[in-house]
Design a protein around this ligand. Structure first.
Ligand SMILES: [Zn+2]
Length: 297
């Protein structure tokens, strides 16, 4: 009798555990679909605002406007966008997955069975969202819907840098647009804190247009994405320089890496890293899975 009640108790705990894991996994899958959609919408909106409103308003006369020429701003914006989107594509195009393993291999004895991944051995993980074995996995990026590992880390870092620059540049042009078009003053630093609540109130009172409220809203979106990307990029560069991955940090595993930070950075950014800073091109040599496994050992 005692045995049957304890086994029922165990079964209930197991059922509860599996239901909890299922719900958490479902949330991650939803995030994996929503985040890329959010990224593409924000990109399209930024393009439209730049070319339909900001540039025509701020630079009405080509090459004679104060604050720089129209062509220069257009080329600079397109350069930032090209690098952000190019590195986004490269992150997906050159994933850090193993070419040899497709199924779920046996877990490592130290596998903590994270919600999104199984730990295997030698820095390899089985990502439950990508459904692939990932070499030297760092984390799963929901905006690209891909895992970030040693092979695509360089593109991912450049994607963060250029997304941050595009957002902060859009923020500056957005502020200039609101000043020129709607005579808003940003001289008081507190303006940014009260701008959104006041603009929302004025919009519902019918004092300001929908476009003005939308640009104000986008200022906060750009500021948010810009700061998050910049912070994330700094964290990734520091981890790469130490030869550590985010996965290892989560498991409380500190890498005893004796190679200098220059070598660690070179390992991720490749030998032609200067070219990679200005263009989304392949600078990391594609090495075989065996070579990657050897590096881990
Ligand atoms: Zn993944």
């Amino acid at each position: 009798m005692k045995d049957s009640s304890s086994s029922l108790w165990t079964a209930q705990i197991l059922l509860h555990y599996h239901a909890d894991m299922f719900t958490r996994m479902l949330k991650l899958r939803l995030l994996n679909a929503v985040a890329p959609a959010y990224f593409f919408t924000a990109t399209a909106v930024t393009f439209i605002l730049h070319f339909c409103f900001f540039i025509p308003t701020l630079f009405p006369n080509p090459d004679t406007s104060p604050g720089g020429s129209k062509t220069l701003h257009t080329v600079f914006f397109l350069f930032l966008m090209f690098n952000a989107l190019g590195n986004y594509i490269m992150t997906i195009k050159y994933p850090a997955e193993s070419a040899n393993e497709t199924g779920v291999p046996v877990c490592s004895p130290h596998c903590s069975d994270m919600v999104d991944a199984h730990y295997l051995l030698n820095g390899r993980h089985f990502c439950k969202l990508c459904k692939k074995v990932i070499l030297k996995r760092d984390h799963h990026c929901f905006f690209t819907g891909n895992c970030i590992g040693n092979k695509n880390m360089r593109y991912f870092i450049m994607f963060c840098i250029y997304t941050s620059c595009t957002c902060l540049y859009s923020l500056v042009l957005g502020v200039a647009f609101l000043t020129v078009e709607y005579s808003l003053s940003f001289e008081n630093p507190l303006t940014f804190l009260t701008l959104l609540p006041f603009s929302t109130g004025y919009f519902f009172m019918g004092t300001i247009s929908g476009l003005q409220l939308f640009v104000v809203l986008m200022l906060y979106v750009w500021l948010g994405i810009g700061l998050v990307c910049a912070g994330f990029c700094c964290q990734q560069v520091l981890l790469v320089a130490r030869g550590q991955t985010w996965c290892q940090m989560q498991r409380g595993q500190l890498v005893d890496n004796h190679s200098p930070w220059r070598n660690n950075l070179m390992d991720v950014f490749g030998t032609r890293w200067i070219l990679g800073l200005i263009l989304p091109v392949q600078t990391v040599e594609t090495c075989t899975d065996e070579m990657d496994a050897q590096k881990q050992d």
